[in-house]
Structure formats: C-alpha cells, structure tokens
Design a protein around this ligand. Structure first.
Ligand SMILES: *Cc1c(COP(=O)(O)O)cnc(C)c1O
Length: 379
C-alpha cells in the first residue's frame, strides 16, 4: 500500500481557532456589524500592545498608508522615498495623493531600504520616508530616525509584515512617527482584510479617524458636517472582534514562526550559500521565509521550480516583483538596471511555506522537496 498523499501545504495560512469563530458569530448575533464597540476595544488593545500609542483601524493597510500620507499633509509636488522591492501598495498610495514615489534600492541581505541610497535621493521636495520592514525584520531604527530628524522628514513605516517585531526590545509601532500594519490573511494576524495605524500624534490619529469615515464630524445640533473630503475605509465590528482574538494570540503565533524559521535555517544552510534571508534576532517576526534561488546554476527557471514544488503538494509565492518595473511605474521613466539588488531579488525570490499551524515535519517536507528539486536541476 502506498503512503497517503499529504494535504496541500499553502505558503501562508491564518490561524483561526474555535474561540475566534464563536467570537465572530457572537458579534454577528448582536446585529452591531459595522464600526462600534468592538472597533473601540480593538483600538484600545492595539494601543496597549504598543505602549499606549494612539491606534486607529481601517479596512486595509493600503488605505492606512494613504491616510498616513494625508495626515502628513503630503500631496502634489511632494516626493516620498520608498524601496523598489516592496509591495505595490506603497507606491500606489503615494501616487494617489498626487505625490511622487522616489524609489531606492534595498540591501541584498536584509532586503530593507538602503539608508545611504535613501539619503542620496533626498531633494528639496522630499517630505517623507516610507520604508518596509521586510518579512518582519526591522530596519535599523536608530539610523532611520537619525536620518529623518537630520533632514526634517516624516516617517511612515510600512509595518504590514512586522506586527510584534521588536527593535532592541521595543515593538515596531510603539515608537517612531507613524506605523502601518496589515491584517490581510497572509500577515502575522488577521481581520480578514484590515489594517491599523499607530501614531506619535493623537491629533493626527483623530484626523485620520474623521477622514476614514467620509470626513464626517457630528455637530451639537445633531446634524453632521463634512469637515474635509473623506474616504470610506472604517473597519466593521465583526472584523475588529476577530482582530481582538487574534491579537491575544499574536505573541504565541510569532514565537512559533521563529521556531519554524530556525528549522529552515538548520536544514537549508548548505543549499543556498549566501542566499538565505538574514536571521536577525528574536525581534524578527518571520512573516515569510524567502530564499533566493541560484538560478544561474539551475537548468529550470523559477516558474519551473515553483511548479515542481506544487507537484509535490507544496505552495510557494513571490514577494515581490520590483515595483519600478511594473507598467504603471515604467511610464514614469523607470527601466531595468536602476536598482540591481531589488531587481535581483525580484527575479530570484521564492517564498516557502511558513505559518504557525505548520508542524516541524511540514518544514522537513518542504526542505526534502527543495533538496530533491535542486539535486535534479543544479548543473
Ligand atoms: C500586505 C502588504 C501591504 C498591504 O496590506 P493590505 O492590508 O493588503 O492593504 C503593504 N505592504 C506590504 C509590505 C505588504 O506585505
């Protein structure tokens, strides 16, 4: 008798326990579905988790990044510096305000924005820096904020992948200027879709709370005013209730991610010389484990490698394509060769399965498959 085929292993999967399902069902039964007491409770919990900072939740990190830019007063004629290797949402949010994204290369090892290149890209029009903490590995926060202070720039941290990450023991979002988290199902905690902003300034948090719901302010006579042109990206209570239950288990989720990442390192160290991600320290929250493929020594391409994993029941992903080489940004004049590290990562990266409910044996299964595929295809 042949061994049973193991279940398909996706590259990311949220952890949803019975208590979370009950909590969501209970919220549905209250008929208070959109923003209400659960949003307030979730924002309080996020604030407590981040050392008392002001927290406001929205329907996505993408909306959050746009709101953060608006809160900083950024718009037409302004420039915002961001990495060329990150998710498209950052560039789109900047463009939507009318400002211009100025791309800089990333460091090949950390995959985070190169701060020397960042400083060199500053012009009189630069208003803000928007770095991504890639895969949950914090940027050098001392160097980032020293640069921002020296040059008088705002910082909007794209912390979509970094909830629970720590820099020198302090949680990302608990210090600094503005941090934006994502609660998409592939992130370290989820509200299905959703995001949160953490602010140094309570006044800016209040302004964002107004803009996220049409710009409405309530007047003493019971009528409403539109204080400024708003958006519609308030988080529903059903989602916030899930977020509360997820946040309660976040430390446990992230601890498990660290154990699984360590197991990948132990198994794959010899197979990807110089091409594994940086290990970081225990402040890394390991949203993804994404080595670079040694494509120049392989006789199949990345698609072939991912298909071979897929044939063995293993999912994989690409995080990310280089933003500046997408059609919407090429029209601004961007071309191959501008950002060599970003372009190399975009060509060679592959995201292997990593999520808290994976067993140790799932990591072994992925590593066995990677070893077998590389053994076949390495020239
Ligand atoms: C997921 C992600 C975003 C956007 O988050 P959404 O909640 O899906 O809008 C932004 N930046 C990075 C690096 C991401 O991974």
């Amino acid at each position: 008798m042949s061994a049973p085929t193991p279940a398909f292993l996706p590259f990311a999967r949220p952890t949803i326990d019975a208590g979370m399902i009950d909590a969501v069902a209970d919220t549905l039964r209250t008929f208070q579905l959109t923003s209400g007491p659960q949003v307030l409770a979730f924002e309080r919990a996020l604030s407590d988790y981040h050392g008392g900072r002001s927290a406001r939740v929205v329907t996505s990190a993408t909306a959050g990044l746009e709101l953060a830019l608006i809160a900083c007063g950024i718009g037409a004629g302004d420039e915002v510096i961001m990495p060329a290797q990150t998710f498209f949402a950052c560039a789109n949010a900047i463009r939507r305000t009318g400002a211009r994204p100025v791309f800089v290369d990333v460091d090949l090892a950390s995959r985070n924005m190169d701060l020397a290149a960042t400083e060199a890209a500053i012009t009189p029009r630069t208003r803000a820096l928007m770095p991504t903490h890639f895969a949950g590995l914090p940027l050098d926060m001392d160097a980032l904020y020293a640069l921002a202070e020296r040059r008088g720039l705002r910082v909007i941290e794209d912390a979509a992948l970094a909830i629970g990450s720590r820099w020198k023991g302090r949680r990302i979002g608990s210090f600094g200027d503005i941090a934006s988290f994502s609660f998409h199902p592939n992130k370290n905690m989820t509200t299905i879709e959703g995001g949160a902003l953490l602010f140094a300034s309570e006044a800016e948090a209040e302004r964002v709370a107004c803009i996220r719901f049409h710009g409405i302010r309530r007047l003493p006579d019971g009528t409403r005013d539109v204080a400024e042109v708003g958006m519609k990206c308030n988080m529903p209570d059903v989602h916030a209730r899930l977020g509360l239950a997820q946040l309660a288990r976040l430390e446990e989720f992230n601890a498990r991610r660290r154990v699984l990442a360590a197991r990948y390192f132990a198994r794959l160290d010899g197979h990807f010389p110089g091409m594994l991600p940086l290990r970081g320290d225990d402040g890394h929250s390991w949203n993804m484990f994404a080595p670079l493929l040694p494509l120049e020594r392989m006789n199949i391409d990345r698609k072939g490698f991912m298909d071979a994993l897929g044939a063995r029941g293993i999912g994989s992903g690409i995080s990310y394509e280089a933003v500046h080489l997408t059609s919407a940004y090429r029209v601004l004049g961007h071309r191959e060769g501008e950002f060599p590290n970003s372009e190399r990562i975009a060509r060679q990266t592959v995201t292997l399965p990593l999520f808290p409910t994976m067993a140790d044996s799932d990591v072994d299964r992925v590593c066995d498959a990677v070893e077998a595929i590389l053994a076949e295809c390495l020239a």
